[in-house]
Write a protein that binds this ligand. Sequence first.
Ligand code: GN1
Ligand code: MG
Length: 377
Amino acid sequence: MIELIEVTEDVRSTIKKLCEIYGLEGEIVYLSPVLNGHINHTYHIALKNNGEETRYIIQQINSRVFRDPQKIMNNIKAITDWLRGKKNGSGCDVLTFLETTSGANHVVFDDGSFWRIADFIKNSVTMEKVENAETMRRTGYAFGNFQLMLSDMPHDMLTETIPDFHNTKKRISDFFDKVAENPCGRAASAADEIAFIERHRNRFSLLEDLRVSGALPMRVIHNDTKCNNIMFDACTGEPLTVIDLDTVMPGLVAYDFGDAVRCAANYAAEDETDLTKVGLNMEFFESFTDGYMSAAQSFLTPAEAEYLPLSAPTIAFELGSRFLADHIDGDKYFRIHRPNHNLDRARCQLKLCRDMLDKYDDMCAIVAKYYNQEERA
Ligand code: GN1
Ligand code: MG
């Protein structure tokens, strides 16, 4: 048996207990934490049974962030059933959560910890960073197609598990409440960033105003379109499925577009400290838009298309303020891996936002080039 890597005895014994509850047989030959998420605890596991190896993804949900994990699992069941029910197929694999021997899709232990297990999609890989324009196009297609498949799903089938998740206006108002409270005395170290957020808060409230006025429709969207939330075929590089369905809820399509762009089309990583490296890669932006529109333009209204470019600096701005609020609050929400990590993340996102504003006219021209209103169904 291969030594279990980097997990505590507690986690190892919890995972063994889970395997029993789910009726998973075999010897654990691989167990390793997956470190890319900031919220939940995720483990990759392989079991060997009769010479055959099967892999799974095991997760402990962070119930401080997701106050009612049961509602998340209900949402996920509704979404995955909906995708599987598509008459002509959903154009992708669908994430499968396993059932315990008594038919539940999760386990709650006596200490209140909430766990679930998903099938690992064979021969698939995730990417922390998109390396080339073609992968960027595929990333755009995957998220556009995901929205397309859910574009006719009635909203009342889902619960809003984190209210106001991408309500930038509310996020900024919460940010300034935290600055005023300044619980750890850290606000002074971010004076320039706080001034930047103050200067631009009105501009980035526009999407929320358009949502409230009804000019932009609410749809079922993913809400966390980081490029590492797509599983790609390890051989062909084609997108296989979209994962991390925890925040799938009604919202604006622009949120998904903007979040994906700020994640995958940044030259640098989300927490880059050398800000000269941070900026929007326009070639990647164009490929993403091309891929996204190839799936999404069949349902996007002209107004939705028009506001896609604004979504990218808006989400970078919003996330920058969320990271900074958490830094000021003493790092309670996003897991950090070094001191001042959330401050570094915030500075990176705000620099990216500035760079997007500089390139804004070119971004608008690219979206206009790929949105063909006649293609609307
Ligand atoms: C969080 O943990 P992860 O990576 O799936 C966050 C997203 C942020 C993202 C930034 C529920 O997602 O909103 O965009 O970090 N998820 C939640 O990396 O707050
Ligand atoms: Mg997530």
